[in-house]
Every structure is written in C-alpha cells, then in structure tokens.
Design a protein around this ligand. Structure first.
Ligand code: UDP
Length: 327
C-alpha cells in the first residue's frame, strides 16, 4: 500500500488536485495549500461555485485551474487528491437531483480511478447528511443513519453514501489509500449568497432589512463550524498514515437551534426585524451534532473558532461583497 508522508514531512512541496476547488470550502483549501508552498490543480465546473472565489489565486504560478466536470474521466498527474466536487446546499443539489447523484457516484468513480492509476491518497469530502434525520444524538461515526432513500434530499444523502461505499471498496479491493471525512454544517466567507443555506440566507436577509425566514418553529438544531477550522481538519486527515481511512466527523460540536442562530445573527448585525416562520421542508433533519472524539484522538483536531467569533468575520465578508451581489 502506498505510504503517505507523516506529519514531519508536511512542508514538502506536493502537487494537489482539489476537485470543487472554486467552491466555498474548496477555495479556502486551495488558498491554504498555496500559502504552504504547494502546487494546486483546481478542477471545477462552476455549477454551484464561483470564479470570484479563486480570482485572487490566479496570479500564483503554483495555481492552475481546469474547467471540468468530474462526471467525465480526468487524466492528470498529481501527488494527492482532495475530492470535494458536488453541490452541497439543499437549494443547489435539489435543482438538478439526477446530476447531483451522478456527480457523487460517477465523480467518485472517476476520481478513484485516477487515484488508482497514480497510486496516490484520495480524500472524500463526505457529509453529515449520511446520518439523515438521525435517531442517535449526537452522531458518532459508527451510527449508520436514518436516510429516506426516495425523498428530496436523497440525491445528495444517498449519492454521498454510495461515494463512501465506493471509497471503502477501492480500499478493500485495490488497497487504495483512501480518507473519508464527514463534514457537518460549515460557514464563513465565500458562501454563495444564493445557496439557500441558513447562515447565508439570514445574513443576506438582515443586510437587506428583510425578515429572517425560519423554517418550522426553528427548533431544529445544527452545529456550525468555521471554514478555517474545517480546512485544518481536512489537511490533518490527508497527512495521516495510510492505515487511517476514516470515516471521521469534522464539525463544531456546539449545537444551536435555528431560532437561536437567527437571534445571534440579528444581535451581531444590530438589526431586529421580525422573524418570518415558513413551513419546514420535507426530510429536514431535526437535530445534528457531531461526535468529534475520533478527530480529536486521531487527528489532534478540535475546532478553535466559536460561532461568536466566526459570525462577525462572515458578516463582514457578506457586507463588503454586497455591492457585487445581485439583490
Ligand atoms: N433554514 C431556515 N431558514 C432558511 C434556511 C434554512 O430555517 O432560510 C433551516 C433549514 O430548514 C434547516 C437548517 O436551517 O433546518 C439548516 O439548513 P441549511 O440549508 O443551511 O443546511 P442543512 O443542514 O439542512 O443541509
């Protein structure tokens, strides 16, 4: 089995492929890798991402961008692969659900094939959605989940579950050095303002002086991780020895109801418009909180940035970008 460098070698220059590199998390990962002196090949089809996210990286000679859809094979030479490509917000992944499943399944098959040819480590950005509407709370990695296979979220949930299956079968069958992380709700600068996610929606609504749209009674919970912490977790996972395959949860275990989040955002922004309650979308998970014992034991990782610290940074970014954002 291919050995991947240990922590001590982490500053060796490597050439990384980041699929979905122009996305919200992907662009932060590309930026971090470049800051550390690595070369980055960013692959993206811009379906739910934006060229603006990587514009500031384009002048870096170690950064290369390829417009490509991962549902088609890719022939490149790299030392390691971060496979992030897939629309991830409900609004985006439900817009073309068939394509979402294709992206997860065919995209994973193609990227695993690439990793197999090159014999390089490949990390899958999986998701807390594999737990569905969880009956076990908080969610440890050995919980198998409670997922509706035929609902409106299934294209994403089942797509990512199948991607995990593929990764583990390539590991068992072909001894491919895989890494699987399950990413819980993440927020920060460069979230797409129109992605329909709760943090971006609330901030955009508050900036426009609109009422914040809380679905259901706002009693459902989520645990929000700041993007810088998440990127650190991804890198730590990539640096682990070949016998560390995951899955490992990455998320901030501090849990909030959606109503609490709305009030926190209002208080940070000094706006106190009324809340508009709307029907809860179907299959919306009622609670979500990661158990991060594995991440902390195996990766030495724990999120450092609280919601109180991360929200102002995110709000500042949205405020300063608002001039360019269509209203
Ligand atoms: N939500 C909300 N108002 C919004 C957008 C989302 O109340 O304007 C709720 C949504 O119903 C869910 C939670 O916020 O319970 C998180 O939604 P998001 O789309 O950010 O991510 P999810 O964790 O559901 O994938």
């Amino acid at each position: 089995m291919t050995e991947f460098p240990q922590q001590s070698e982490r500053f060796m220059r490597r050439r990384y492929l980041v699929t979905g590199g122009a996305g919200f998390i992907g662009s932060h990962l590309c930026e971090r890798l470049l800051e550390q002196g690595h070369e980055v090949l960013c692959v993206d089809n811009y379906y739910s991402s934006s060229r603006a996210n990587i514009e500031h990286l384009l002048t870096n000679p170690r950064f290369e961008v390829l417009r490509h859809d991962v549902t088609f094979p890719l022939y490149v030479e790299v030392d390691a692969i971060f496979h992030l490509a897939c629309p991830a917000s409900p609004v985006h992944y439900q817009r073309d659900p068939v394509q979402t499943t294709k992206t997860s399944v065919l995209g994973s098959i193609n990227m695993l094939g690439l990793a197999k040819r090159l014999r390089v480590p490949i990390l899958l950005a999986s998701t807390s959605e594999v737990y569905g509407d969880p009956l076990v709370h908080p969610q440890p990695e050995d919980y198998w989940g409670n997922v509706n296979p035929i609902g409106i979220r299934s294209c994403y949930d089942e797509g990512k579950r199948c991607a995990e299956t593929l990764f583990f079968d390539y590991w068992r069958q072909h001894e491919l050095p895989i890494k699987v992380v399950r990413i819980f709700n993440t927020y920060g600068p460069r979230m797409q303002p129109n992605d329909g996610r709760v943090v971006s929606n609330f901030i955009m609504q508050a900036l426009k002086g609109q009422r914040l749209t809380v679905y259901g009674e706002g009693a459902q919970t989520r645990s929000f991780c700041y993007v810088d912490d998440l990127v650190d977790g991804l890198q730590r996972m990539m640096r682990t020895p070949a016998d560390v395959v995951g899955p490992i949860n990455l998320g901030n275990p501090n849990e909030f109801t959606i109503l609490e989040l709305a009030k926190q955002i209002q208080s940070h922004m000094g706006v106190h418009t009324d809340i508009e309650f709307r029907p809860l979308p179907s299959d919306d998970p009622m609670q979500r909180q990661p158990v991060i014992a594995r991440a902390s034991e195996i990766l030495g990782w724990t999120p450092l940035i609280s919601l109180d610290q991360g929200l102002p940074k995110t709000i500042d970014w949205f405020s300063s970008s608002l001039v360019q954002i269509p209203r």
